[in-house]
Design a protein around this ligand. Structure first.
Ligand code: ZN
Length: 340
């Protein structure tokens, strides 16, 4: 097996990995398409504290099952095309033992705190594999995890039709959340400092976009909502905005979701008094593990369009050049796709 390994900041090499004995509940997957994310580019550059080197990057991948116990209780068979859920629960903590794996206290994430997927073959727990229908291409499937987190955000916020939902951060995840808002007939308002990201949202039919480097979102939101503010507020942990804004834009009795992966959260200090004065409900969301089947369904029926995020595709042998390019031009790509 071959894998790209970041051994220290700004250094990546293709290594031969010894195949360990496959655990009984694992399947062997031939990876066919994987992707590099902003996280990988930052980790390569040495910009993320707490990363343990060496590590194999890549949190998202699609592959074909090459070896599996065909008596598995999930009906998965050799030759099937699957998406790999990168969240690995421990199966041993209280949450896991009470069948709430998505709240696992010792959750590991492939490509972050466990080996990643920029590799030719991977041994993966069978419970982390999901068949994907033919309506979803390999590239579209690279966005299933984002979509699952977006679905969870909606489930947790219990957004009603016609309600306003402000999304702070027009990242890939932020824009997918806004698309789900349209799907569920809520009214999304998306805020970012970068006009090009807001333009992507506009082109996808998100009517209210606010460039916070040009306009004061607070005043604009008051106008849009008739002075009430937003029933739901979503703060993307990597938005580079102040957490306090999520409380400022919420209505009295509103709900606030803080969404992202733990490692994307900058220091989120801010004035928290709005939580009390407005009696807000605050929810933290860092994975959408339970919602992956729903996310697959959303992508298959095109409720979420990821076309604007599809850009550069490179060969496996060029992954080193790809990650260097990404780290030097972080605003140029949403992801870089690697054909394996
Ligand atoms: Zn656990």
């Amino acid at each position: 097996m071959k894998a790209w390994t970041i051994d220290k900041p700004n250094s990546i090499m293709l290594q031969e990995i010894k195949e360990n004995e496959k655990p009984i509940n694992n399947a062997k997957i031939k990876i066919t398409l994987a992707s590099l994310t902003t996280f990988d580019a930052k980790a390569f550059k040495g910009d993320l504290a707490g990363i343990q080197y060496p590590f194999i990057p890549g949190r998202h991948a699609v592959g074909i099952i090459s070896e599996i116990d065909e008596n598995n209780s999930y009906g998965l068979l050799r030759g099937q095309r699957v998406i790999i859920d990168p969240n690995i629960s421990c199966n041993n903590c209280y949450a896991c033992k009470t069948h709430r794996q998505w709240e696992c206290e010792k959750m590991k994430i492939m490509g972050v705190s466990s080996e990643g997927l920029i590799r030719d073959f991977a041994s993966v727990p069978i419970t982390n594999l999901y068949q994907i229908p033919q309506q979803i291409s390999d590239i579209e499937a690279q966005f299933i995890e984002h979509t699952s987190i977006a679905v969870k955000t909606f489930n947790e916020l219990k957004v009603n039709e016609g309600e306003h939902i402000v999304i702070i951060g027009a990242s890939v995840l932020g824009i997918i959340i806004a698309q789900l808002a349209l799907y569920y007939q809520a009214v999304p308002i998306i805020i970012d400092l970068h006009q090009d990201k807001l333009d992507i949202a506009s082109n996808l039919g998100i009517y209210y976009t606010i460039n916070s480097s040009v306009n004061d979102p607070y005043e604009r939101i008051k106008q849009i909502t008739g002075g009430r503010n937003c029933e739901c507020s979503v703060f993307l942990a990597n938005s580079n905005e102040k957490i306090q804004k999520a409380f400022d834009y919420a209505s009295v009795g509103g709900k606030v979701a803080i969404v992202g992966w733990d490692y994307t959260a900058e220091i989120m200090n801010g004035n928290m008094s709005g939580i009390l004065s407005k009696q807000l409900t605050v929810i933290g969301i860092n994975n959408g593990q339970k919602q992956i089947p729903a996310a697959i369904n959303m992508l298959a029926k095109k409720a979420v369009d990821v076309t604007p995020f599809i850009s550069k595709e490179i060969k496996f042998e060029e992954a080193d050049k790809g990650i260097k390019d990404f780290s030097q031009n972080p605003l140029m790509y949403h992801k870089i796709f690697i054909k394996i």
